[in-house]
Design a protein around this ligand. Structure first.
Ligand code: ADP
Ligand code: MG
Length: 397
């Protein structure tokens, strides 16, 4: 689960990390009061969406000469004006893709003078199963590009959870960032703070880009991106409360309400599978036969008729779906129950595209009979390859 920059900064502030004073604005009428509460003489007006690259992004509705999603204003009135202009518009950045994202919230914060822009991130390194630091002197811009063109400018190392974090790690970051004197101590303190926050809140990712050095030599977090482990959110009601559902894919949102593991992809074959491993294998075999999956969907081991129906609705609501492959292994689940669920779902939501069903496992014969006897236009398949071949053929001819 991701949160907005202004929410991330509030968390940073509550842990004592250096951030600017700022106000979140949800309605145009609030903009002037919010800006007026800040000191100036510079105000920075920032579109809040769950995507980076806002500064270099563009609004679909932009008028000639207008800039991106991060704007500097020299007065309260100007700041309020910029905020009003951005609210409700659609911001397109390299991370949002062409459709862009509607801006429903604005963050107005004190402008900072910047001497240097650095990059700092913490993330869970899946390879080592440890928390890793990533830092670079090349902050502010696209870190992917830095990684691609000048990988030597990025330092990355992980922390052994047994011995934990020590000042050594902080100093290592400080030296890699070219910090000197009192800044090293500040950096060591900041690294401690960020690591504590990361661990305590079960984060997956914490990115400060840019971390700046002011002309006076102070470190400050000028941007903040945070991602949290969805499986640990139940432990953090304060974080759960920060969820902004308007930022999520509507199909993924609907799926999460029914406890379905669903991830939207951009292929043409919708998949309904039980078990994450089987779902991965199903996606692989669809690709092997020359098509692309439209989604990852694991209905889980204990899928009920209701869940199967819901899963079907989500798949069929995707206009990219040109065919559906149901691939179920009845272990704990019985195939006849699944077959009944599929039939009920098809009857309820209708079927505009070819549907291939492959069943295997407990009560498989009974399941197949139910599907055959339903009179619906369902293509039965015997095994995984057969199923993939049939659905790809049905879709691509
Ligand atoms: P994004 O990464 O989405 O483009 P950032 O918050 O990193 O958004 O802002 C982009 C750039 O705007 C920063 O690299 C920095 O140069 C400038 N900027 C952002 N916030 C401030 C601020 N409070 N004061 C001065 N400059 C800022
Ligand atoms: Mg940034």
């Amino acid at each position: 689960m991701n949160i907005h920059e202004y929410q991330a900064k509030a968390l940073l502030r509550s842990y004592g990390a250096p951030v600017s004073d700022g106000r979140a604005v949800l309605r145009a009428e609030e903009a002037k009061t919010a800006a007026g509460e800040l000191d100036g003489p510079l105000w920075v007006v920032k579109a809040q969406i769950h995507a980076g690259g806002r500064g270099k992004g563009n609004f679909k509705e932009a008028e000639a000469g207008e800039k991106g999603g991060v704007r500097i204003a020299k007065s309260v009135e100007e700041a309020a004006n910029e905020a009003r202009k951005m609210l409700g518009r659609t911001l397109v950045t390299h991370q949002t893709g062409a459709p862009g994202k509607q801006v429903n919230r604005i963050y107005i914060e004190d402008g900072s003078d910047i001497a240097r822009e650095l990059y700092l991130a913490l993330l869970v390194d899946r390879q080592t199963s440890r928390i890793a630091f990533v830092c670079s002197t090349e902050g502010g811009m696209d870190i992917e590009e830095v990684a691609h063109k000048t990988p030597d400018k990025i330092l990355s190392f992980s922390v052994d959870p047994a011995s934990g974090l020590s000042d050594f790690h902080g100093r290592r970051v400080a030296f890699a960032l070219g910090l000197e004197g009192a800044q090293v101590k500040q950096c060591v303190g900041l690294i401690r703070t960020l690591y504590k926050l990361f661990v305590e809140k079960d984060m997956e990712m914490l990115e400060i880009n840019p971390l700046i050095v002011t002309p006076g030599g102070q470190l400050k977090c000028l941007d903040a991106k945070m991602g949290f482990d969805g499986n640990a959110i139940y432990r953090h009601p304060d974080i759960a409360a920060l969820r902004d559902e308007t930022e999520e894919d509507p199909k993924e949102l609907a799926a999460s309400k029914f406890d379905l593991n669903y991830i939207a992809l951009d292929g043409e074959i919708g998949c309904m599978v039980n078990g994450a491993g089987l779902a991965m294998a199903t996606m692989d075999i669809i690709k092997l036969y020359g098509a692309e999956p439209a989604n990852f969907l694991d209905v889980g081991g204990g899928a009920t008729k209701e869940k199967v129906t819901e899963a079907f609705k989500i798949i069929t609501s995707d206009p990219n779906v040109k065919g559906i492959l149901v691939n179920i292994f009845g272990g704990i689940m019985r195939c006849d129950i699944i077959a009944e669920g599929v039939i009920a779902a098809v009857k309820e939501v209708g079927l505009q595209v070819p549907l291939v069903v492959r069943l295997e496992g407990t009560n498989v014969e009974k399941g197949k009979e139910i599907i055959k006897g339903s009179g619906l236009n369902v293509i039965a398949a015997d095994d995984l390859s057969d199923a993939a071949e049939k659905i790809v053929k049905a879709v691509k001819g």
